[in-house]
Design a protein around this ligand. Structure first.
Ligand code: SF4
Length: 468
């Protein structure tokens, strides 16, 4: 596809939104997590780790979940533990060490990592020396390959110069900062006071320390946000010039995050205002030269995410869009997810439960899923739509030995309406291209290929966020 095929047509999108704004998965995995079952446990995960088709040369991604935060941000629905008791770090690191040892033991051959990411919670809740230990534990078991993508999520309010220095020394090259909104009244409402100069100072430190890429996370739809106030947040953001931006929609999920009940409905922007904030922000990112990478992500045109988009080397896993995803992903810590080539495994969510399970068995798998052939084919198709904005019939046939058109005749027929609306172009052989009008609705275009979605919808349970 030509580079301009990755543009966005926001005017057309606006016309179509009333019909396409529905709830749907984000497809960080396929099948999605609600499909996974607890009949997949440590024994199954251990067997899959030791599978004989695993080669030393296969790239590997590593993820560590640090669940602790100093204080609760009232919009947050992540798996986190709010504590100022830093004495808990020792037991956490002892458990991670045991878990890494157990996984390394189960993997048949030595593996080298092409990607390492720490998320949370707040990874910089750990002291600099504790971060050094975590890094050592992971990379002694799975050494990093030259040029690996090494990234971390940080909270500027608790990240010190010493943290940045240790991260740089370990070889971290990408840093992602939680910002959400620079407006003081929004910050007060969400209980996250983070002055712009605090964030700016951290950006400066990270650049000085040699980080190649700085990302900002923003959220629209928070209390007291208006188009004008968010416009001022964007003015500040452009001054700080991050390389990447993630623009997330606030999810009001009070049944998961009870503290959100403190937000008065009237303080939250109306649906129409929320949409206008999103579209205004996207227009301004594009005017400033950022490229829409996919889903919620924007990057400077020379950033490797943007170049990978055009080269069709962009990948997606639980850590988001990446260029260096390994064949397998190993996740450590409470709630962490591992993605092996034919299975998913998730750890127990709560810290004591995870510690106890690792203590007993080395592994803390609480649920998972082994992919069938049908799952593998559908995962391939969904990831191509989301990462490459296209599907090529010849590539599908080469990968699975079957024709794309005949395998997915019904699913392609379901795309007749989006095709008539100009969101996607479909060829005779089933090859398809997502158009500039369809790129922000890529989740809608992937949904017909999801074999589990109809039953999930029938169950009536709320599982997914709005696609736009
Ligand atoms: S937003 Fe980040 S820092 Fe705030 S509570 Fe959630 S995980 Fe912790």
């Amino acid at each position: 596809m030509k580079a301009d095929a990755y543009a966005l047509d926001l005017d057309r999108l606006l016309e179509l939104l009333p019909r396409y704004a529905t709830e749907g998965p984000r497809y960080t995995s396929y099948p999605t997590a609600p499909v996974w079952k607890d009949d997949y446990g440590p024994a199954e995960f251990s067997a899959d780790l030791g599978h004989e088709d695993v080669e030393s040369s296969d790239g590997l991604s590593l993820y560590a979940h640090v669940p602790f935060c100093e204080s609760l941000c009232h919009f947050c629905a992540c798996n986190r533990v709010i504590t100022r008791d830093h004495g808990r770090a020792g037991a956490y690191l002892d458990t991670i060490e045991r878990e890494v040892e157990a996984v390394r033991h189960a993997v048949r051959v030595p593996r080298v990592a092409t990607q390492l990411h720490w998320g949370g919670g707040t990874p910089t809740w750990l002291a600099p020396e504790e971060m050094r230990r975590l890094f050592r534990v992971l990379t002694q078991a799975f050494p990093l390959r030259e040029g690996a993508e090494v990234s971390i999520e940080v909270d500027p309010r608790v990240t010190t110069d010493d943290h940045v220095a240790v991260l740089a020394e370990c070889g971290f090259n990408r840093i992602s900062m939680g910002v959400q909104d620079f407006d003081p009244s929004v910050q007060e409402a969400i209980r996250r006071i983070q002055p712009a100069d605090q964030t700016g100072r951290l950006v400066e430190q990270a650049r000085k320390a040699g980080f190649e890429s700085v990302n900002f996370d923003l959220i629209y739809g928070l209390p007291y946000q208006t188009v004008e106030s968010f416009g001022r947040t964007l003015d500040t953001l452009f001054e700080l010039a991050p390389d990447r931006i993630a623009l997330y929609s606030y999810a009001h999920v009070t049944w998961v995050a009870k503290q959100q009940r403190g937000f008065e409905r009237g303080d939250l922007p109306e649906a129409a205002t929320k949409l206008e904030i999103m579209l205004t922000a996207i227009r301004r990112f594009l005017e400033q030269g950022y490229v829409f990478v996919g889903l919620d992500h924007f990057a400077r045109p020379d950033d490797e995410l943007a170049t990978a988009l055009v080269r069709r080397t962009l990948r997606r896993n639980f850590m988001g869009h990446t260029t260096q995803a390994g064949v397998d992903l190993l996740g450590f810590g409470p709630s962490a997810i591992s993605e092996l080539r034919r299975s998913y495994a998730q750890n127990t969510r709560d810290v004591p439960g995870w510690q106890e399970a690792v203590e007993d068995r080395g592994l803390a798998t609480m649920r998972g899923h082994r992919l069938s052939r049908d799952d593998l084919e559908r995962r391939w198709v969904i990831s191509r739509i989301l990462c490459h904005s296209e599907l090529r019939a010849g590539e599908f046939e080469e990968a699975f030995g079957r024709s794309l058109r005949s395998t997915f005749a019904a699913e392609l027929a379901d795309l007749a309406e989006p095709a008539a609306d100009g969101l996607v172009e479909i060829d005779e052989d089933g090859s398809l291209r997502v158009t500039p009008a369809g790129r922000l609705l890529a989740r809608n275009l992937a949904m017909p290929f999801d074999a589990y979605l109809a039953a999930q919808r029938r169950s009536g349970e709320r599982m997914f966020s709005k696609t736009v």
